[in-house]
Design a protein around this ligand. Structure first.
Ligand SMILES: NC(=O)c1ccc[n+]([C@@H]2O[C@H](COP(=O)([O-])OP(=O)(O)OC[C@H]3O[C@@H](n4cnc5c(N)ncnc54)[C@H](OP(=O)(O)O)[C@@H]3O)[C@@H](O)[C@H]2O)c1
Length: 253
């Protein structure tokens, strides 16, 4: 695969029906990739697929066998997957005793289990061909931990560590692993979850800015990218001065 273009590459983007996923699919298509778009909203997927000359593969990732079925459908049609962007996800905010068991399962399945199953399904082909890009859309919540978002933050921390471990495993194979760490992105994420965004910082960035950062980092073979970039600062403080960070987080919320 060329370093700066994806001509002829086959890309599968989960959560391609809206927000960061749709913007990422647009960017990948602009770089020459043939895109496959996954999500539950068949109409939105079909509209974007028509716009990009791609293919909609609707399905609900919480259903048993969905991840394996999704990759099989793409592999049957395209023969291979060169780029996998694990982006589909959902949030939940509130005290832990208010989230239900099924909601915990849903968050864990879509945000963490599905990316692991999808990656497991596409990796052998990538290793065989000696090339491939794996993209993971994590969250600053997974790097820092956030009050009232324990379950969501844990799914993203798990995704982050999964990606980092896999990067070590695939080093030198031609398969790259890139993590996007967004703060707040202007998508339907917060209107879809049970509570709107209530903080003043970080302020929202556009979905296209997040997508541009992810695709550039993937093409550049970079391990991770923060959007906005200053978010690496609180992560660095937490890593180097954990006590100070805990006191600040406790005070600022
Ligand atoms: N927005 C933010 O501030 C922010 C910040 C940090 C990280 N993130 C992460 O960014 C990723 C994309 O979110 P977004 O902001 O672009 O929000 P979004 O517009 O709500 O997109 C979420 C996507 O996930 C898909 N999805 C959700 N549940 C699914 C399921 N059960 N099966 C299949 N697909 C499912 C949705 O597809 P359908 O609607 O078609 O089902 C949709 O395409 C998520 O992983 C999120 O955690 C977002």
């Amino acid at each position: 695969m060329a370093a700066s273009r994806l001509d002829g590459a086959v890309a599968l983007v989960t959560g391609g029906s809206s927000g960061i996923g749709a913007a990422t699919a647009r960017r990948l298509a602009r770089h020459g990739a043939t895109v496959f778009l996954s999500g539950r909203d068949a109409d939105r997927l079909a509209a974007l697929a028509a716009e990009l000359g791609g293919t909609a593969v609707p399905g609900d990732l919480t259903e048993a066998g969905a991840a394996e079925e999704l990759t099989q459908r793409v592999l049957t049609t395209a023969g291979r997957i060169d780029v996998l962007v694990n982006n589909a996800g959902l949030g939940w905010a509130g005290p832990l005793d208010e989230i239900t068991g099924p909601e915990i399962s849903q968050l864990t399945t879509v945000n963490l289990l599905s990316p692991m199953l999808l990656t497991r399904a596409v990796l052998p082909g990538m290793l065989q061909r000696g090339r491939g890009h794996l993209g993971f859309v994590s969250s600053i919540a997974g790097r820092l931990g956030v009050r009232d978002e324990a379950v969501y933050a844990a799914t993203k921390a798990g995704l982050d560590v999964f990606a980092g471990s896999l990067r070590q495993e695939t080093a030198g194979t031609g398969v790259t692993v890139t993590v996007l760490v967004p703060g707040v992105v202007d998508t339907q994420f917060f209107t879809r979850r049970n509570r709107p965004y209530q903080r003043s910082r970080p302020g929202p960035v556009t979905a296209d800015r997040a997508a541009a950062a992810l695709v550039a980092a993937m093409l550049g073979g970079r391990d991770e990218v923060y959007v906005p970039r200053w978010l690496r600062l609180p992560v660095a403080v937490r890593g180097t001065l954990p006590g100070t960070y805990r006191r600040l987080a406790g005070r600022l919320g």
